[in-house]
Design a protein around this ligand. Structure first.
Ligand code: NAI
Length: 335
């Protein structure tokens, strides 16, 4: 089998560690770039037959054209979401596109719950207080999750894992999905309802659906107005599902009681990087960071040992199948 050359973009030390470990077996030669892939720098892939990208690389038509002209044949996404790739253009240009449809749904679901628990029980505030020898409890009142209604929007792999955790806490879990899994719901005591019913009934709304043109700003002024006053919103899916300006207005009015985000609509170029020495240029993100009842992590829900191993293993398996001229695994194939 020929050694296949793979150009990696937006890589961090943990990508290099987990992929290098698995690469030899896959017969792949890996070239790691730290910068994000875009049309302006896509010529850097010349000589590679495969490019491996992450959530914030921008594979628009122009970028894909440069890749195809340079001899690239396969785009391997080392993530589940694929809203950053122009699939129609990839198809036209004869580029294959594969992704990792599932690595560890538990990693993301557990992070969603961790964010909610931290926010609700004010752990983020207590941590800082105690380190300053302030042992007072003022302002740290949370609520029992037991008995509360949690609304899960999107019951795919991650939404189901999250729903099951909340059932374990003794929550009443309702869910909305245009393609409901009735058998799963009845096995775990989850009720499917309409999106409007979910928004009106839930004390916590957690988003686990993909970003598509239809789901862009699913949570905006109108849907927030339909939520229970003081409800908590958790988004570990994609930033553009949520209208950040509407969230800020709702936090100011108290319509939202707390917001936990692992993703942000303008995260590209900000998340995954250390900006601690410079002024933050994004005024919306800056404002969000001023609220005591907002908790933001930098798209880290996937970052567990299990998920990183699975991502590297599945991606390199797809690449070596491609190198051997085999068909890609169907559920991993986008184009
Ligand atoms: P999945 O494909 O298994 O499930 C998605 C579910 O959303 C499906 O059941 C689908 O029917 C449903 N859905 C589609 N449109 C909907 C709508 N308008 N309203 C409600 N439900 C709708 O995907 P999975 O693996 O559960 O991932 C969910 C999302 O989590 C991904 O799309 C991705 O954006 C995000 N994600 C975030 C990560 C992170 O590190 N923060 C890591 C991995 C995924």
């Amino acid at each position: 089998m020929d050694v296949v050359t793979v150009a990696f973009y937006d890589t961090k030390p943990y990508d290099r560690e987990y992929f290098s470990r698995a690469a030899e077996q896959a017969g792949a030669e890996l070239h790691f770039h730290e910068f994000r892939l875009a049309a302006s720098n896509a010529s850097s892939a010349a000589g590679a037959r495969v490019v491996c990208v992450f959530v914030n690389d921008r594979l628009d038509r122009e970028c894909l054209q440069v890749l195809a002209d340079g001899g690239v044949k396969l785009i391997a996404l080392r993530c589940a979401g694929f809203n950053n790739v122009d699939l129609a253009a990839a198809k036209e240009l004869g580029l294959g596109v594969v992704r990792v449809p599932a690595y560890s749904p538990h990693a993301v679901a557990e992070h969603a719950v961790a964010l909610l628990m931290t926010l609700n029980r004010k752990i983020h505030r207590a941590f800082n207080r105690v380190r300053e020898l302030n042992f007072s409890l003022g302002g740290l009142v949370g609520f029992d999750l037991h008995g509360r209604t949690v609304g899960i929007v999107g019951t795919g792999k991650i939404g189901r894992a999250a729903a099951q955790i909340f059932r374990g806490f003794g929550c009443d879990v309702c869910a909305y999905d245009p393609y409901p899994s009735e058998e799963w719901a009845s096995d775990f005591g989850v009720r499917y309802v309409t999106l409007d019913e979910l928004l009106g009934a839930s004390e916590v709304v957690s988003l686990h659906l993909p970003l598509t043109p239809e789901t862009f700003h699913l949570i905006g002024p109108e849907s927030i107005a339909r939520m229970k006053p003081g409800a908590y919103l958790v988004n570990t899916s994609r930033g553009k599902l949520v209208d950040s300006a509407a969230v800020i207005a709702a936090l100011k009015s108290g319509q939202l009681g707390g917001v936990a985000l692992d993703v942000y609509e303008e995260e590209e170029g900000v998340f995954f990087e250390d900006h601690s020495g410079a002024a933050l240029q994004d005024d919306v993100l800056s404002r969000l960071l001023t609220f005591p009842n907002v908790l933001i992590t930098s798209h880290q829900a996937f970052l567990t040992e299990e998920a990183l191993s699975a991502i590297a293993g599945i991606t390199l398996d797809s690449i070596s199948r491609f190198a051997r001229g085999e068909e890609a695994v169907k559920e991993r194939t986008l184009a």
